[in-house]
Design a protein around this ligand. Structure first.
Ligand code: FAD
Length: 510
């Protein structure tokens, strides 16, 4: 009999409670699931990052005398065979908030374990609780979860005998097309730790200003996202390190701090947002395919995967240079800063009128850091589908002028426009003779904005909109200041009123 440690998106040995929980001879296992990789949100760039993290994990396990057994196939079939051959005494893993496919797979594994009488111990790795009916008290829960001591690397574990590790293939399924990621982000735990330390040690000095522009954000932001998504770093270790540094910096004079205290606090807040968003999908897994607000769901019109507007948007051929530059840089690097992710999603939903599920799946495949629990709630939020956030419609020309005033980002990613004087790169259609190699805008911005406003405001006039928005808020809304010591009831009322006001408002970035 042996203990199986099932590695999923937690590819490390540090702060790994399932590994430390093993008592019998252990079999550390990673299952490559071809069916998952055939899904609409999975992509070669994600696999490439994960593969490097797996090789790294294999080396880390070897240091504590353990192999990493890698097998490809259906999880239940593999576990059933393993149980028949060796006898599984217990299955250990972390809780996972993945997509609907992994949710269904976990339910199938749960059924198999119950039938076979195998206890499946699932440890929590994020500040995410199993389904919650209300968000009351969540922030306190997050803080307490992150404050728990890190689990030390276990020493002296005994590997089950005669294990064959198995190869970690170049591809989990045959992918013929190149996905265009020319400059992927390096993977592995050392990379993740180096990013965290370089950020806290100076790289994050301009975080709050630099995060908004795609020119400065790749350097100014932490870039921790794929490491958190694949688990080469533990969220708890990152939060604790950031809090410690914040505490240390507070004791220094401002000029002596490697980065401003505000940048440290800002990073700490975002780490909490990570779990705040994942909690939404954990509490309502259907958010991957169903709008949070019933009126937004009723108003949806499906978009075909080969819709010409969708393809033009996804390939950076909309005729809006800054937007196209963002999409092309995302295709080439697998990463985009938050503001530009919001802008491209907003453009697809509002300007082009595309269904958020279709554009969201395209973006998911382009993100190396694809994290379903952040991704789908964000996609819905930027598309005005939640009913509790003020929908924001970004104007790609204004963003271009604000975030790339010299047009250098455009020149880099849209070489068809590089020869134009900087001031003319934002709106080439206004030239007497626009460059022939670059498309004209696929939609008229003013007409598209009017149509989007009408769609959103008619949604908000639907009967029962406010009551449904209150329901969504109760389940998913942030209670950031809910724990005001003086008057928690008044704070709740304030937050509810704020959510209702947001439900009536539109924010146009014109
Ligand atoms: C439409 C859309 C889709 C998104 N999809 C993803 C996704 O699939 N995976 C993903 O990790 N992030 C996603 N984000 C959130 C955000 O854009 C990225 O987390 C961030 O850009 C990653 O870069 P970073 O690690 O340098 O972030 P930093 O700014 O350095 O932040 C540090 C960490 O905080 C968390 N974080 C930061 N911003 C947010 C946010 N707005 N919401 C939730 N968590 C946040 C992330 O874990 C991030 O790694 C999405 C945002 C939008 C608008």
């Amino acid at each position: 009999m042996l203990d199986v440690i099932w590695f999923k998106r937690d590819l490390r040995v540090v702060d790994h409670a399932p590994l430390a929980a093993a008592r019998r001879p252990v079999l550390p296992l990673y299952i490559i699931e071809p069916e998952y990789w055939r899904g609409p949100d999975a992509s070669p760039r994600q696999w490439r990052f994960l593969r490097a993290a797996l090789l790294d994990l294999r080396a880390a396990l070897a240091e504590i005398g353990l192999p990493l057994v890698v097998r490809s196939g259906d999880a239940v079939t593999l576990l059933r065979r393993l149980h028949a051959e060796r006898g599984i005494a217990a299955l250990h893993s972390h809780e996972e908030t993945g997509n609907l496919w992994t949710y269904a797979r976990d339910r199938a594994v749960g059924r198999f374990c119950r039938e076979a009488g195998i206890p499946w111990h699932q440890a929590r790795q994020f500040g995410v609780a199993r389904p919650l009916a209300t968000r009351d008290g969540w922030s306190r829960f997050f803080t307490a979860t992150m404050a728990a001591p890190l689990t030390p690397i276990p020493r002296g574990l005994q590997a089950a005998p005669n294990l064959i590790e198995g190869p970690i293939p170049e591809q989990p399924i045959p992918w013929h097309a190149d996905d265009g990621c020319l400059a992927p982000q390096p993977a592995g735990r050392a990379e993740g730790l180096a990013l965290l330390e370089s950020f806290l040690g100076g790289r994050g000095r301009d975080y709050r200003r630099g995060m908004s522009s795609p020119r400065t954000a790749p350097e100014a932001c932490s870039r921790l996202s794929p490491h958190l998504a694949m688990g080469s770093l533990s969220m708890r270790e990152v939060v604790q390190r950031v809090e410690r540094v914040g505490h240390d910096f507070a004791a220094l004079a401002p000029a002596e701090r490697p980065i401003p205290l505000g940048a440290v606090q800002s990073l700490r807040s975002r780490l909490q947002w990570h779990c705040h968003f994942i909690q939404k999908l954990e509490s309502e897994p259907a958010l991957e395919h169903r709008a949070a607000h019933a009126a937004a769901e009723a108003a949806r019109r499906p978009t075909a995967p080969d819709d010409p507007l969708l393809l033009a948007w996804a390939e950076g051929r909309t005729g809006y240079p800054f937007l196209d530059a963002c999409m092309r840089s995302l295709i080439a690097t697998g990463w985009l800063n938050f503001r530009m992710r919001a802008m491209v999603q907003s453009f697809a939903s509002h300007h082009l009128g595309l269904d958020w599920a279709a554009s969201g799946a395209r973006l998911a495949r382009l993100f190396t850091d694809y994290e379903p629990g952040i991704h789908w709630p964000q996609v819905q939020m930027q598309s005005g589908a939640t009913g509790i956030n003020t929908p924001r419609i970004y104007n790609p020309v204004k963003q271009s002028l604000d975030q790339d005033p010299e047009g250098s980002f455009i020149a880099r990613w849209v070489p068809e426009l590089a020869h134009l004087p900087p001031g003319l790169r934002h709106t080439p259609w206004r030239l007497e003779r626009p460059p022939a190699a670059y498309p004209a805008p696929i939609v008229d911005q003013a007409a598209a904005l009017t149509a989007a406003r009408e769609r959103l405001s008619s949604l908000r006039k639907a009967e029962g909109f406010g009551a449904e928005a209150r329901r969504v808020f109760e389940k998913h809304g942030s209670r950031q200041r809910r724990f005001a010591q003086d008057d928690p009831m008044a704070e709740q009322a304030r937050l509810r009123a704020k959510a209702e006001k947001a439900a009536r408002q539109l924010s146009l970035d014109v």
